[in-house]
Each structure stands twice: as structure tokens, then as C-alpha cells.
Design a binder for this molecule. Structure first.
Ligand code: NIG
Ligand code: FE
Length: 412
């Protein structure tokens, strides 16, 4: 018995890219190729072929009838922190009562609160909690994901987080990219001698992380109250010497200089950008670094949204990611994220779709493998419920529009 699967009678096969996949920019973000009344043939975990029902293959080993449904490529979530010990509901309620995210962090809450809890949690339990979150986001259509460390902030606990990420990678069909984020916050024990913590990151953590092959990227939270431009530059330069490419958290809380130092270090992406001016947009125009926006953070923390509209209108290609984490975005639900993005950033569902599929793939350097309906890419497919289109999925926010998710040719 062979293993080919034919998905037939698809109302809208959306997100087709013919030819080489690369970052989609500017006006092109608002264009998507679809075929109505379509089929897709999958075997050996990859998309073998697709077309209009006028040319449907006569035979396959298994048939899925998708009458009325849309089929999309799975989402590519290029920025998450799904390895954490527990939620921070208390801080959420404190914020509702008037405290700011920065005040909570300065008082030892926030990232340091998560670090205290994570340090105490055994690796197996941490893994089980993260695995549950991973399964949850896969059921919402995520087919490739980047996961960061950064709630350990000691050598042992950062390595513990990265080992959990490695176990997640080994136990799922979804492609996982790992990012070392030792420079997420200065831990309280180094409050008075932050240079020593940076020394520890550069001279002990990075060599060990790279030596064990535990990360693809190195990230720094370059922002007001966290790491300075100079510190960020030192850390990213050291990481590059060990083969870890740069990513960056920048301009969430203030115009931090993080975009520029990210570009200087050839960062694959600079992420957040809620506090962004025309200067940063201009800098990004001359760079290959991808601006990655995290609109659920703006929703959850009640802060400004990154200027997605201006970026696209000025020709940039943006990615959008969930930032799933316990402090600023306790959700990895991409259809809901697209609704938040469209309504608040005034971008269209097609632009949001480009940002969470092919451009998210580019922000993880996975564009050859996933992020579109293309021959010989992984068969990472979302089959919607009948009657759902891209526009209606984003419009009817919060409903469950997904019927089936296929990862590498297997229904999950
Ligand atoms: O991407 N901004 C920095 N780091 C995370 C949030 C961390 C936290 O609050 O736990 C973010 O928003
Ligand atoms: Fe983040």
C-alpha cells in the first residue's frame, strides 16, 4: 500500500508560490495566488503536485474530500518563548489595576519572575508543559516554529531550556529552530555587576551552547531597562564567532538603537518594533534584516502597534509572529493574531497571511522547505472547515476555522 494522499474538491487552494521562494515585500504582500476548485497530491511528506479539478489525478492511496474548504500552507511562527514554567496571571491582573509592564519588571517581576520559577522546575516537567503548548499551536495551524531560551539566566538553566527545545524538536514533525536568549534580562544576582553577567554570556554560555549545537540563533533584548546597544553589539559579535546568527528584541519599550545594531550584526530579523520612527524604517530599506512584528504584544500590553502599514507602503517585507510567552503574549493562536494585526495595523488579510507564512519562513531561514503551496515543499497544510476563506477566517475572529492540520504529509 502506497502513501499518496489526494486532497480534492478544495474550494480555494491559497498561498501558491511558483518558482523560488523569497521574502515578499511591499505591494506584493497584498497579492496571493489561489486556485479555485483545486486538488493537492501529497506523498513522502511533500507536496508532489496541485492543480484545478479539471486535471485531477485519477488515483491515490488515500482521498480527503475538501468540498467547500480552503487549504492553506501551515503558519510559520518565527518568534516564541513556549518553554516556561507557568503563567503570570497575577501580573496581568496587576496591570489591569494600573501597574505598567516596566514597573512590574523593575520590581523583580516579569522575566525575572519567570526565571525564578523555571530554575526550580525539573527538566522533564518543563518539557511536558512546553510539549502541550506545542501541540496546541499545531492544532491551530502552526507548522514551523522558533523557540527561545531566556528564562533561565544561569548557565545551567539556559542549557536546561535549550535541551528542552532540542527534545521538542526530536519529538515533533514540525520544524523547530532554537534561539539562545541568555541576554533576556540581567538576573537579580548580577544587578550590581552587570558586566560580569555579560562576561558569563560571552565567555561561558555562548561557547557551550554553540559547542553542543543547541541553538541556531543568538538573541538579545536591546531595550530601555534591559541591554544597551554596546552590550548587544558585544554579545552578537561573540555569537557570530561561534556561528550563531543574530536575532534581536528591539524597540518594544523605547527607540533603543536595537534596529541599527541588529542590522550592523546582519541579524536575520529584528523583532517587536512597537517604538519605531522613520529613521528605523529607512535603515531597514537598505538591509536584508527582516522586521518581525508581534501585534499580540501590543494587544495584551496595551501599547502602540508597530507601523506595519507604513513599512509595507514603503516597500518593506514584514513577518508577523506570536511571541507566545507568559508575560506579553500568552497565545500562539495565529488566526486570532491575524485578526488583531489586520484590525489594529490596518493591513489586509492577504498581507497578514504573507507575513505569517512565507515571510515567517524567511525569518527562520526555512523558505526553501515551507511557507507556501509549492511543489516539493513539506506537505504542511491547513484544511479549513467548509465555507471558510482567508478573509472570513480573519473576519470572524476567535472561532475555530480549522478542520485538519497536516504536517509532513501526516494528519495531526
Ligand atoms: O518578547 N520583550 C522581551 N521578552 C518577551 C517577553 C518576556 C516576558 O515578559 O516574559 C517579549 O515580549
Ligand atoms: Fe519575544
Amino acid at each position: 500500500m502506497g502513501n499518496s494522499i489526494l486532497i480534492r474538491n478544495i474550494s480555494h487552494l491559497t498561498g501558491i508560490i511558483d518558482g523560488a521562494s523569497k521574502l515578499v515585500k511591499g505591494n506584493d504582500m497584498g497579492r496571493v495566488r489561489s486556485i479555485s476548485d483545486a486538488w493537492v497530491l501529497v506523498s513522502d511528506g511533500i507536496i508532489q503536485d496541485f492543480g484545478s479539478m479539471l486535471t485531477v489525478p485519477e488515483r491515490a492511496d488515500h482521498i480527503i474530500d475538501a468540498t467547500g474548504a480552503s487549504v492553506f500552507p501551515c503558519w510559520c511562527d518565527s518568534h516564541t518563548h513556549i518553554v516556561f514554567a507557568s503563567g503570570r496571571e497575577g501580573e496581568f491582573v496587576d496591570r489591569i489595576k494600573g501597574k505598567s509592564y516596566e514597573e512590574i519588571a523593575a520590581a523583580g517581576g516579569g522575566i525575572l519572575n519567570s526565571a525564578n520559577r523555571l530554575r526550580q522546575m525539573p527538566e522533564d516537567l518543563l518539557y511536558e508543559n512546553a510539549y502541550r503548548r506545542l501541540q496546541e499551536v499545531i492544532s491551530k495551524g502552526t507548522g514551523a516554529i522558533e523557540i527561545k531560551s531566556g528564562y533561565g539566566l544561569t548557565r545551567e538553566s539556559e542549557l536546561k531550556m535549550l535541551r528542552v527545545i532540542r527534545r521538542l524538536r526530536q519529538s515533533t514533525e514540525v520544524t523547530v529552530k532554537a534561539t539562545f536568549l541568555g541576554a533576556h534580562a540581567v538576573p537579580s544576582e548580577y544587578k550590581e555587576n552587570r558586566a560580569d553577567y555579560i562576561h558569563l554570556i560571552i565567555n561561558e554560555m555562548i561557547p557551550e551552547v554553540a559547542g553542543e549545537g543547541l541553538a541556531d540563533y543568538c538573541d538579545v533584548f536591546c531595550d530601555k531597562g534591559f541591554f544597551t546597544v554596546e552590550e548587544t553589539d558585544l554579545i552578537l559579535t561573540a555569537a557570530a564567532r561561534y556561528g550563531l546568527k543574530a536575532k534581536i528584541h528591539a524597540n518594544e519599550l523605547a527607540v533603543s538603537g536595537g534596529v541599527q545594531v541588529g542590522i550592523k550584526n546582519n541579524a536575520v530579523s529584528v523583532d517587536h518594533l512597537e517604538a519605531t520612527t522613520q529613521v528605523e524604517i529607512d535603515a531597514l530599506k537598505n538591509a536584508s534584516t527582516i522586521p518581525t512584528l508581534l501585534p499580540s504584544v501590543s494587544f495584551f500590553l496595551n501599547i502602540d502597534y508597530a507601523p506595519a502599514r507604513a513599512m509595507i507602503d514603503q516597500g518593506l517585507g514584514i513577518a508577523i509572529a506570536s511571541d507566545y510567552n507568559p508575560g506579553s503574549s500568552p497565545s500562539g493562536n495565529i488566526p486570532l493574531l491575524m485578526a488583531i494585526a489586520c484590525n489594529n495595523m490596518r493591513i489586509t488579510p492577504v498581507e497578514a497571511f504573507s507575513a505569517v507564512t512565507i515571510n515567517g519562513a524567511c525569518a527562520m531561514e526555512l523558505e526553501k522547505e515551507t511557507g507556501s503551496i509549492s511543489k516539493s515543499k513539506s506537505a504542511n497544510l491547513i484544511i479549513s472547515r467548509p465555507g471558510v476563506t482567508l478573509d472570513s477566517m480573519v473576519y470572524a475572529f476567535g472561532s475555530d476555522h480549522i478542520d485538519k492540520v497536516m504536517i509532513r504529509g501526516k494528519l495531526v
